[in-house]
Design a protein around this ligand. Structure first.
Ligand code: NDP
Length: 228
């Protein structure tokens, strides 16, 4: 498979690259600053030409366009993983500029990248688009409040993903929303219960099993469906 992954220099994105390369797939990684991605760069040589890295800031139209132009082969799977969490993000310390930046990255970023890569997704048979959301993006699951910018950005991403699923269904392209669980990364923090390797292994299995019938759904990393 030919896979495009954004935010691939650390955390869940880096582990996605590792696990896909380990099983023989090819990865085109998008990162904001490739020259500051030593762990990802170290994977290039052992990959035997199966890993390419190009700059991609998902919040910037020009950067995404340049990245898309560097993707010259059909894309079987696009994982819109890049994301950020603005803090503080609570009602008493509301930071609307921070929330707007988060929206640019988490909600508009995946749509921007998907739109730019559509020609290459269309050249694959049954391509898949996996958008990395969060349980915090679930309205149904919001019993604790707070995290305004982050929650709203992921809820918006969920809606965009559902529209993508509807718009691309007739072309056989699958679009889903994924929640990786609470994962031990820079974003998830040290108290997170799920090791990144476990979350990513679950996501890989889930993505492998996706069919057109699943398109437009919201899944947890163990394969369970999550309420919107
Ligand atoms: P990290 O903070 O560890 O990594 C975030 C990644 O996104 C980095 O590679 C970062 O690049 C990249 N990124 C941020 N902004 C941009 C941008 N504008 N353009 C391109 N890349 C960008 O987070 P995780 O690995 O934990 O999270 C990955 C995804 O999973 C995110 O979408 C997150 O919201 C989601 N998620 C994570 C959870 C967790 O518990 N960890 C829980 C639920 C969802 P750089 O190094 O340049 O900043």
């Amino acid at each position: 498979m030919k896979i495009v992954i954004t935010g691939a220099n650390r955390g869940i994105g880096l582990e996605l690259v590792r696990q896909y390369l380990a099983r023989g797939d090819s990865v085109h990684a998008g990162v904001r600053t490739p020259e500051q991605a030593p762990e990802l760069t170290a994977l290039v040589e052992p990959s035997g030409g199966r890993l390419r890295i190009n700059p991609c800031d998902v919040a910037l139209e020009t950067s995404v366009r340049a990245f898309a132009a560097s993707v010259t082969e059909p894309v079987d799977l696009l994982i819109n993983n890049a994301g950020m969490r603005n803090r503080p993000d609570g009602l008493e310390e509301l930071d609307l500029d921070g929330a707007a930046r988060t929206f640019q990255v988490n909600a508009l970023g995946p749509l921007r990248v998907t739109h730019a890569l559509l020609p290459m997704l269309r050249r694959s048979r049954g391509a898949k688009i996996a958008n990395m959301s969060s349980g915090l993006g679930s309205i149904d699951d919001n019993t604790s409040g707070g995290a305004y910018g982050y929650r709203m950005s992921k809820a918006a991403l969920n809606m965009a993903s559902r529209s993508l699923a509807q718009d691309l269904r007739d072309e056989g392209i699958i679009a889903v929303v994924l929640s990786p669980g609470w994962v031990r990364t820079d974003m998830g923090g040290e108290d997170a219960p799920t090791p990144v390797s476990e979350s990513v292994a679950g996501l890989l299995g889930l993505i492998d099993r996706l069919t057109l019938q699943d398109s437009g759904s919201f899944f947890g990393f163990r394969g369970e469906r999550i309420a919107w």
